[in-house]
Design a protein around this ligand. Structure first.
Ligand code: ATP
Ligand code: MG
Length: 566
């Protein structure tokens, strides 16, 4: 490709609204443009990268036995009503009506659609298992589209759905997909970690997210410094390894704490550390109000509470709701005498003479002994903290930021039951199909790779997904000798199977070098002043000095340099 013909509108300035490095670099290097919030055009360079990522995804999915299909982005509302998600999905689901007032959704995901196809067309256990995937635009009206391709409202996803006759078959396929994902993310050049995750609104149980490690990541990954253990912060377990406070329980006592409402303020008034107090938070679920208790220095993990209760929805209770139930307001709440379901973290059980609110204004209790003074169900209810013991017993946990680039889910029968999708088992009996689903954010992956591969001058593409392999630069595009040598090199490398971007423009050398660094192709060849002597310069984008090479040895030198690149 001749660069003089390439549509690659670079920018000199960093666009002011782009916070993420990948967003800035992809805009500056002319890979993409924004058309509306969270909606982008992929320009030719980005399209080439996407093509390469898609090829890797396709190859590994097919090698794992999955088959590609393509479903519509426009989906009838009735299908989403069958599973209840027309209502549950909320404003993220983009909706439209046709000229006959029929309602549709723009596909945010395709469980309903694929289940409707399979239920109509696949009826026997003999045809199972089957895994079907597609690579397609998805639509989600995200509350906060941001960081460019990392959180778009229109984005490219690979989504796969598997159907099984037995749970065992699903478990096998889950592992199969887990392995395929590991190969895919390794091949695209990401540093990533699979982590235990929460199954969220999609339902089902058993799921891992694949996270690219990057500071811009919106998720906190908790990992062991000594083992493979890794989990999303929401799910990371804390171990019940607290030792009971070695004190004699004293008599429960009410104390006046005045205006003090926060754990810190109350601790200060009483001259006691936060670790000796109990924090009370009231949540609202479809099962009613629930009181959650953690130690004063800990935070309640609402996802753990939700999962413990088996609740569908959980929010903080309002002050009015709390007042009605407990005749008190946040700041002086506590479990003693409270007529409400109480769920407490293990750490609370280990306290002996603790502080908690007395459900009375300006009043707290001291010398609270949980085993003596109130009834609670104990479970793991808090967010883990850096330095906690790893749940698998190996080492301690650390935190890192991650970008979720993929997820594998065991869905079970959540969709097939809702949509009456059954197959006939060996005994001729109708059974609900057992399902798995597996997503990869293709456009997000492109951006995540950039988050991990850049320097102060621009992008450094891993060779597996670089838009071109080689950047060939005629240093002075007006010089006939240089242009002639460059043309020859261009032919030779292209014939040898390299994809080459040939900077044949009549720009200044400095401009050309800066652009080359910005767009970040793995191998660079400069054809400059020594061209008439048959000498050119060769270097890798990632570090390294340019090396002078005889033109006759160039192909071999390029091959060996390329070979050694990441
Ligand atoms: P997130 O938690 O980041 O909103 P999600 O868990 O809702 O993502 P999934 O339903 O698991 O996303 O979708 C599969 C994959 O699609 C994700 O792992 C992610 O890589 C990608 N993806 C999801 N939402 C977006 C988005 N708004 N922009 C770009 N990629 C996305
Ligand atoms: Mg996800």
């Amino acid at each position: 490709m001749k660069q003089s013909k390439l549509f690659m509108p670079t920018l000199r300035e960093v666009p002011s609204d782009a916070e993420a490095v990948s967003h800035q670099l992809l805009l500056r290097a002319g890979f993409m443009r924004q058309n509306a919030a969270g909606i982008y055009s992929y320009l030719p360079l980005a399209k080439r990268v996407l093509g390469k990522i898609e090829t890797i995804v396709r190859q590994e999915m097919e090698a794992a036995g999955a088959q590609e299909l393509l479903m519509p982005a426009i989906q009838p509302a009735e299908l989403w009503e069958e599973t209840g998600r027309w209502d549950i999905y909320g404003p993220e689901l983009m909706r439209l009506t046709d000229r006959h007032d029929r309602r549709f959704a723009l596909g945010a995901t395709h469980e309903e659609l694929i289940t409707s196809i399979v239920r109509d067309e696949l009826n026997s256990y003999k045809k199972l298992p089957v895994n079907l995937f597609q690579i397609q635009m998805k639509y989600r009206d995200e509350r906060r589209p941001r960081f460019g391709l990392l959180r778009g409202r229109e984005f490219i996803m690979k989504d796969a759905y598997s159907f099984h006759a037995t749970q065992e078959s699903l478990e096998d396929e889950y592992q199969n997909m887990f392995d395929a994902y590991t190969k895919i993310f390794t091949r695209v050049g990401l540093e990533f970690r699979p982590v235990v995750a929460d199954s969220g609104a999609i339902g089902g149980s058993g799921t891992h997210e694949f996270h690219a490690l990057a500071a811009i990541g919106e998720d906190t990954i908790v990992y062991s410094d000594q083992s493979d253990y890794a989990a999303n912060l929401e799910m990371a377990e804390s171990v019940d390894a607290y030792t009971k406070q070695n004190q004699t329980p004293e008599a429960l006592e009410e104390v006046h704490t005045g205006e003090a409402k926060t754990i810190e303020a109350v601790s200060e008034v009483l001259g006691l550390p936060a670790v000796e107090s109990i924090k009370t938070v009231i949540f609202k679920t479809e099962q009613g109000l629930v009181m959650a208790l953690v130690r004063g220095d800990h935070e309640v993990n609402d996802i753990k509470l939700k999962n413990y209760l088996g609740a569908l929805d959980i929010t903080m209770a309002s002050d009015e709701e709390i007042e009605q139930a407990l005749h008190s307001t946040p700041g002086t709440l506590g479990p003693i005498g409270a007529e409400m379901k109480i769920v407490a973290d293990y750490a609370v059980r280990a306290l002996t003479n603790a502080v908690c609110g007395a459900n009375k204004s300006e009043t707290h209790y001291v010398h609270v002994d949980p085993s003596r003074d109130f009834e609670a169900e104990y479970t793991d209810l808090r967010f883990v903290e850096e330095g906690d013991v790893s749940p698998d017993g190996a080492g301690h946990v650390k935190f890192a930021r991650g970008i979720e680039v993929g997820q594998v889910f065991k869905l079970g029968t959540r969709y097939s039951e809702g949509m009456n999708a059954t197959f006939l088992d060996e005994g001729g009996k109708a059974q609900p199909l057992i399902m798995g689903c597996y997503g990869i954010g293709v456009s997000r992956t492109l951006s995540a790779v950039v988050e991990q591969h850049y320097d102060e001058r621009g992008i450094i593409w891993p060779k597996a997904i670089a838009p071109f392999d080689v950047h060939l630069i005629a240093v002075n595009g007006k010089n006939a000798d240089q242009m002639q040598v460059a043309e020859t090199v261009y032919q030779e490398l292209t014939d040898a199977g390299f994809s080459v971007l040939f900077d044949d423009r009549k720009e200044r050398a400095g401009v050309k070098f800066a652009d080359a660094d910005l767009i970040g192709l793995p191998v660079r060849i400069n054809v400059g002043k020594k061209a008439p002597e048959g000498i050119v310069e060769l270097k890798a984008r990632r570090g390294g000095e340019a090396e002078e090479i005889e033109q006759t040895n160039l192909l071999e030198a390029v091959r060996s340099l390329y070979e050694g690149l990441e």
